[in-house]
Design a protein around this ligand. Structure first.
Ligand code: NDP
Length: 315
């Protein structure tokens, strides 16, 4: 049978390119988990995805009810789940005020981390039951949350602090919408959410890899400077960012090539190692990259896990 892979946020950018790369192999049925059904359908059609190899299901990560509904719809469809890719994200670098999910969490951490955390926890049993040779849970990370890199040192830097803001609920009545309890900063909230993504991948690995054999992995696909992620940035930034990444940092990668990288992490039989954060070198060969101190701190990972369980209603 074909493998079944769920990709969140497959209606644009990296998620769409990955969905296309996998659907074209003929070996995968791609379930595009998207908040905008029509946009996803249009995107799949205009990318020329073979229509027998994908379907679209509604998922809005900014609502825990929607996450639960998605999980129940997927279970009812009877499709076994072989790989889950947590890819969707919002980035609000120019927002002066926070916005909120349906459950009242600051949007970037609410969508990128908390929505995915609940989704991954609720689908873990499905992955455990998969008879696929290599079931996987992939959480897309980023260099920007890694303060051991040049890009990760551009202020404002990621920093979860003592997580007093997360403990208090990241909402407008708790006093702070930031994980560390500080003042709202959209760019930092995104970076913090990516640190949570990378910490959660490792915490899943520690808790479940040995018992289940599931591969838990994260990756930095390169700087895909052309995606919708930068849609809320100022126009001058959007104009100059792609050539800057292409010619100055040379970290630029096209959406198509980044999609092939993520597709590799989903399906390449040689990338089964669990607990790994993959990156690619100049010749596009994958290697196991090092995470920053904070993004590999096991104590912080456990704390994010436990506080997040409370916020999403699992504890
Ligand atoms: P895009 O903005 O192109 O894609 C983000 C996707 O997430 C879109 O499909 C969007 O849906 C979806 N999404 C946003 N909010 C929600 C929600 N509430 N519920 C469901 N889906 C939602 O950005 P990228 O492709 O660049 O980003 C994909 C991943 O890659 C992210 O995890 C990002 O952190 C990571 N990444 C990106 C890099 C880059 O340089 N671009 C570098 C490193 C990592 P819609 O189409 O409806 O808006």
């Amino acid at each position: 049978r074909k493998g079944n892979v769920v990709i969140t946020g497959a209606s644009s950018g990296l998620g769409l390119a990955t969905a296309k790369a996998l659907a074209e192999t003929g070996k995968w049925n791609v379930i595009m988990a998207c908040r905008d059904f029509l946009k996803a359908e249009k995107a799949a059609k205009s990318a020329g995805m073979p229509k027998d190899n994908y379907s679209i299901m509604h998922l809005d990560l900014a609502s825990l009810d929607s996450v639960r509904q998605f999980v129940s719809n997927l279970k009812r469809s009877g499709l076994p789940l072989d790989v889950l890719v947590c890819n969707a994200a919002v980035y609000q670098p120019t927002a002066s005020e926070p916005s909120y999910t349906a459950d009242g969490f600051e949007m970037s951490v609410g969508v990128n981390h908390l929505g995915h955390f609940l989704l991954a926890r609720l689908l873990l049993d499905e992955l455990k039951e998969s008879d696929h040779p290599s079931p996987r849970l992939i959480i897309v990370g980023s260099i920007t949350g890694n303060t051991n890199t040049l890009a990760g040192n551009v202020p404002p830097k990621a920093n979860l602090g003592d997580m007093r803001g997360l403990a208090a609920g990241l909402n407008d009545t708790s006093g702070s919408t930031m994980i560390d309890g500080g003042k709202f900063d959209g760019a930092k909230a995104y970076k913090d959410s990516k640190v949570c993504n990378m910490l959660m991948m490792q915490e899943f690995h520690r808790r479940y890899h040995e018992e289940t054999g599931i591969t838990f992995a994260s990756l930095y696909p390169g700087c895909i400077a052309t995606t919708g992620l930068f849609r809320e940035h100022i126009p001058l930034f959007r104009l100059l960012f792609p050539p800057f990444q292409k010619y100055i940092t040379k970290g630029f990668v096209s959406e198509e090539d980044a999609g092939k990288r993520l597709a590799q992490v989903v399906s390449d039989p040689s990338l089964t190692k669990s607990g790994v954060y993959w990156s690619w070198n100049k010749n596009s060969a994958s290697f196991e990259n090092q995470l920053s101190q904070e993004a590999s701190d096991a104590g912080k990972a456990r704390k994010v896990w436990e506080l997040s369980e409370k916020l999403v209603g699992l504890a």
